[in-house]
Design a protein around this ligand. Structure first.
Ligand code: ZN
Length: 447
């Protein structure tokens, strides 16, 4: 697999993030739909709608929230918060309405960050009715006594929850899921960087001549989105050989890989190997039951092989969930390196292919088949070493990834050598055996 230049990938991701920046994303609503439609130039995304009231395991899809604009005008005529100026200014899922109220009462509806007086926080209230605004601490301190006019021009009504999926079919029977949240408005690293990463990854993978696995890309609102997808796909989960949940892939921090709940699955091996071989600074974390979409995929009723490859995890950088997580906080370089690392991991996941040697008793004679023209006494090159490793691993149990790990050779060298051996009829592919399906009895009714 030829890997494009990380600088170009980073520029493509950042340009897409600028295009998508203004869409008012939330748990539901048109901001999500417009964001998904905005991925069109990269990949065709199929939108799925799950109606209000649908049961998703222990959760129920709430009413749809459509924000047009929300603002607060002060007694001195000053507009102190306006979603036209910044998407974070209104608490997500604020109830529509108009209010006139004195400063003391207004303060009970204002959220600030006293430690960072110039930043506006990001707050939501999906499950508790009410309304609120987010302003900088500096603005809150400057407010004068008097009556304030509050307008929340929005709808909160039965509708649906939207998620998007794109599928790139492969030749083998296995599937790889790459899933990212799409519910944050006006924040760049968390989670618009992941939205852009998936679009660019899908575009790049769609140009590859062939894929072994099928790739499923999922953009969905946090918690409910993955649950809606799981409910709709429960019968097919046995095909899932690996999954990744990208979040926060645009900050300049070192890479972080958080393992799947099982910790020793294909994606865990591929991510650790890609990071180790890249030479990039990184840390490896064990699974914890909080974080991104992997929380749902790795819950014990599913226990899917899904890990999270990030830069700085959410909650671990002070700009997270504040107006400082903007398009200037992410860098083209970090975005591009992240995309490149994902492609490296995917290339290793693609090496999850098994072969049987047609000549397992002793070494086959390579020279007779013109697979080597080395003279006796001469040391073999990487391609020849890769052939020996492939022949040694070709017991139907070990994969090209095993050969890559144990040989220390690049996966591309291992793959090319395997192709040469297949061409010489010394290897034949073993059909993949999807994990048996164990449905867990979810009673969901996702559309
Ligand atoms: Zn977040």
């Amino acid at each position: 697999m030829s890997v494009p230049d990380p600088t170009a990938l980073g520029a493509e991701m950042l340009a897409l993030m600028h295009e998508l920046w203004d869409h008012p994303r939330s748990l539901t609503g048109d901001g999500v739909r417009r964001t998904l439609a905005g991925l069109d130039g990269h990949v065709a995304v199929e939108m799925h709608e799950v109606p209000t009231g649908a049961h998703l395991y222990d959760w129920t899809v709430p009413e749809e929230w459509t924000l047009r604009r929300a603002w607060i005008d002060g007694p001195d005529g000053r507009r102190i918060a306006d979603t036209a100026e910044g998407a974070l200014h209104v608490v997500g899922y604020s109830e529509p309405g108009r209010h006139t109220l004195p400063l003391a009462e207004l303060r009970g509806h204002l959220h600030t960050l006293p430690d960072y007086p110039d930043r506006v926080p990001f707050r939501t209230s999906y499950w508790k009715r009410g309304w609120g605004f987010c302003v900088s601490e500096r603005t809150a301190r400057s407010l004068v006594e008097g009556d304030y006019e509050v307008v929340i021009d929005a709808d909160l009504a039965p509708g649906s929850l939207t998620y998007g999926e794109a599928v790139l079919p492969g030749q083998g029977g296995g599937e790889v899921l790459i899933s990212t949240p799409i519910c944050h408005p006006g924040l760049a690293n968390d989670n618009l960087s992941g939205v852009a990463l998936l679009a660019v990854l899908a575009r790049v993978l769609s140009t590859q001549a062939s894929r072994w696995h099928t790739y499923r890309f999922l953009w969905s609102p946090a918690t409910l989105g993955p649950l809606a997808w799981l409910a709709a796909n429960e019968a097919n989960l046995g095909k899932l050989v690996a999954g990744l949940s990208p979040m926060c892939v645009g900050d300049p921090g070192p890479f972080t890989y958080k393992a799947s709940r099982r910790g020793d699955t294909l994606v865990d091996r591929a991510a650790r190997l890609a990071l180790a071989r890249s030479g990039a600074e990184h840390r490896l974390l064990d699974f914890v039951p909080w974080g991104g979409d992997e929380r749902q995929f790795c819950s014990p009723g599913f226990d899917l092989p899904v890990g999270a490859l990030m830069r700085t995890p959410p909650g671990h950088y002070p700009e997270n969930h504040t107006s400082a997580d903007d398009l200037d906080f992410v860098t083209e370089e970090a975005l591009g390196e992240s995309c490149r690392m994902y492609l490296d991991v995917i290339e290793l996941i693609e090496a999850d292919r098994r072969f049987l040697s047609t000549c397992p008793k002793g070494e086959p004679q390579l020279g007779r088949r013109e697979l080597t023209n080395r003279m006796g006494g001469q040391k073999g090159d990487d391609h020849e070493m890769a052939m020996f490793w492939n022949l040694s691993m070709a017991d139907g149990e070990h994969s090209l990834l095993d050969a890559t790990e144990r040989s220390g050779l690049p996966v591309a060298t291992i793959r090319d050598a395997a192709e040469a051996l297949v061409g010489a009829e010394l290897l034949r592919p073993v059909e993949t055996r999807p994990r048996p399906v164990e449905t867990t009895g979810g009673d969901a009714e996702a559309a």
